[in-house]
Design a protein around this ligand. Sequence first.
Ligand code: AMP
Length: 385
Amino acid sequence: MIGQLKAVQILTKPMIQQGQTIGIIGGGQLGQMMALDAKQTGMKVITLDPTPHCPCGQVADDQIVAPYADVAAIKELAQRSDVLTYEFENVDLNALRDVADTAYVPQGTHLLYTTKNRIREKTFLRQAGMKTAPFMAVKNRADLSAAIKKIGYPCVLKTCEGGYDGHGQEVLHSDADLTKCDGILSTKDAILEGWVHFDLECSVMVGRNENGQVTVFPVAENIHHDEILHISIVPARISSAMQAKAKQMAVQIAKAIDLRGILGVEMFVKRDGEIYINELAPRPHNSGHYSIEACNFSQFAIHNRAICNWPLPKIELLKPVVMVNVLGQHVAGVRQQIPLKPNWHFHDYGKAEIRHNRKMGHVTILTDDIEQTLQEIDDTGIWND
Ligand code: AMP
């Protein structure tokens, strides 16, 4: 009886209506693409970001210009929004907790609390029955020595919080590398991970709404350069059984964490069939950008539908696809390709300052021949730095 009552309560969660307002903390490219989708469905969007005219601010109805951790600004955003979300995991958790009691924050704060910290995240993943790299908490040099003794070389020392795109981590091959660890150890909050000898890296985007409906995207195969995502290939070049396993794992994680919104699940895949979960992104993910053109609904559409508690469709891949990132050093070369490549979808996030390794845009290429498309990308010479 209680179970039935609960089910009824869950099913009666209201939908956010067209014309209501989505508030987005963070105004980078992920917020921008969320906002572009939201505008298409008639929603209003307000973003909070310290940079005036940020990528999201350029397409939103309004922008609050303030630091991400400005509690008063987050409160103002919450007051002016019908539903509040974020585009990155470095949101100030306390500020979000402050408003979560009064504003509608469907993602809650537990997801962010778990995924913000690598130890909490891996502990959750293990409890959810997933394989991860072996890991130990490291607060000082003595912990590091003990962890290396247990885990062995090669291994990787990472900050528990705030790292991205390879920042805040050092790969250790032998004692000679220990001198590189001072910076990370100074945070007094690190994790040592054993090295996973994977064959390829993949990711799966999964969405879930307040009613518990889940939808899952095809598996992307990801190639990194300098620890920054370079190319995503979809479908990943693994067997269909492995693809099904990867998707099933993402769904299991979404349920275990009681997901609302979209979640990126990064995986290390071994050809022998083993899949390790590397990390989770509680938001749209760079490796899901392909879905804008290649799927019936994009990851941004699914995020918006999920946080608005709209029903979720089954995701279909309409065509195989390659997505390639455009960093600062690629912008000029890519712009020269516009007149030459009628089939390429050129995305530019509208960032004012072009910097080396800064994500400035991406290119999506729908294709019947992945290998030929990879060759075509290579032949431009733009990404061979
Ligand atoms: P992360 O920030 O944890 O996603 O790490 C960035 C990249 O470093 C990953 O995409 C992997 O290519 C590599 N990496 C990180 N941790 C490990 C690990 N434990 N074993 C093997 N490769 C790793």
